[in-house]
Design a binder for this molecule. Structure first.
Ligand code: SAM
Length: 357
């Protein structure tokens, strides 16, 4: 017996505004936020089973991942990306699932590179070393690699695929050597699991030119059993690291950057903290997310998306797609992290592995 799919599926397309939504200027949502970043999930599959993201009890051998026919082709993704760039998007991030399990990803990167916008990739690093050269050649600008601990036993337990730290580090070094740096290294910090490893993580990458970002464990999805007690506030991480190597706050690289930046006072580089739980940054959120099967999500914590695939495959013109996307953005009023409570944390939300981080 196949199990029922857990990921929430999108509702039908948004209704269109009476007038064309885009007139060549900046497109703002209902709270005045511009659209700047597009995160594109290229697969709902992953070779890891991180306990806080794709727990093995749920994402097991019977789990029904999307069939190939349901997922957007590279041509469909590139067509939509072109329209998003026309609406003001400045950065494209490929994610998943694990984006590098999708075959020939460099072909998509090459297609997107024609749009002359920044292209980045978020990966667990496991398959990175062997793909860096082709990705760089295709036009990838930078990578972010997830790495939750430098302690091999802790890391293997967290990824629940018995994957060693050393292979991820190999991927990070290969990416930097290929010119895909500065590499950002994302560590999700979970109380009692890996919070004792933050100083070691900072120590390992200080002075390397790579940037470690400590992420608060979030109540995304409905399968990870999130509890507020599991969250380690970023302020605590900054205090812990800063007590060893003094830190100074620095400004954002661009409006809406998710990480708050801190630099080492001794000049050994910088770290970042992403504090979606304790210091919500909804007010400056400028991200749109395109799921693997072509649904548009206006918030990481949304429960449903807007179906673009039906329009794409139903013969919609670029103008119709553009107006639909603009209408979705203009109606956007999401500010989940600002209104989060213990009760909202229990709500059914889309899985992160389905729309990408
Ligand atoms: N497979 C890729 C990877 O590992 O980076 C891309 C997808 S993964 C969903 C993107 C990021 O989301 C990873 O850094 C992961 O650690 C983070 N993530 C997943 N679940 C999370 C949660 N509940 N709270 C905070 N971050 C989470």
């Amino acid at each position: 017996m196949m199990k029922k799919v857990i990921g929430i599926r999108p509702e039908s397309g948004a209704s269109r505004p009476a007038a064309a939504a885009f007139a060549g200027g900046r497109l703002a949502d209902a709270l005045g936020r511009p659209m700047r970043d597009l995160r594109i999930s290229v697969t709902d599959r992953c070779n890891f089973r991180c306990v806080y993201c794709m727990p093995r009890e749920v994402f097991d051998a019977n789990y029904r991942f999307l069939p190939h026919s349901a997922i957007l082709s590279f041509e469909e993704i590139a067509r939509l990306a072109r329209i998003f760039v026309g609406l003001g998007v400045k950065k494209l991030r490929l994610t998943g699932g694990e984006p590098l399990v999708r075959k020939n990803l460099e072909r998509l990167v090459a297609m997107l590179s024609e749009l002359k916008t920044e292209i980045t990739l978020t990966t667990n690093g496991s398959l990175l070393a062997r793909q860096v050269d082709s990705l760089k050649k295709a036009g990838l600008d930078r990578v972010t690699v997830s790495l939750d601990s430098l302690d091999d036993a802790t890391f293997r337990a967290m990824n629940d695929a018995d994957f060693p730290v050393a292979k991820v580090i190999e991927g990070i070094e290969a990416a930097a050597a290929a010119g895909l740096g500065p590499v950002k290294i994302n560590m999700v910090v979970k109380r009692g699991v890996n919070d004792g490893d933050t100083a070691a993580m900072a120590a390992r990458w200080r002075g390397s030119g790579h940037i470690v970002r400590f992420i608060e464990y979030m109540d995304v999805g409905a399968t990870n059993g999130w509890r507020m007690d599991d969250v380690v506030p970023s302020a605590e991480v900054v205090r812990r690291i800063g007590s060893r190597w003094p830190l100074e706050p620095i400004g954002a690289n661009y409006p809406g950057e998710v990480a708050q930046r801190w630099r080492y006072a001794d000049g050994a580089g910088e770290i970042g903290v992403i504090s979606s739980v304790t210091q919500a940054f909804c007010a400056s959120c400028n991200r749109m997310r395109l799921s693997t099967e072509g649904s548009l999500y206006t918030c990481l914590f949304a429960s449903s998306g807007h179906d673009l695939k039906s329009l794409l495959r139903g013969g919609a013109s670029d103008e119709q797609l553009r107006d639909e996307i603009a209408a979705v953005w203009q109606r956007r009023a999401d500010r989940y992290s600002e209104i989060r409570t213990a009760e909202t944390a229990k709500l059914r939300k889309v899985e992160m592995s389905y729309i990408g981080g």
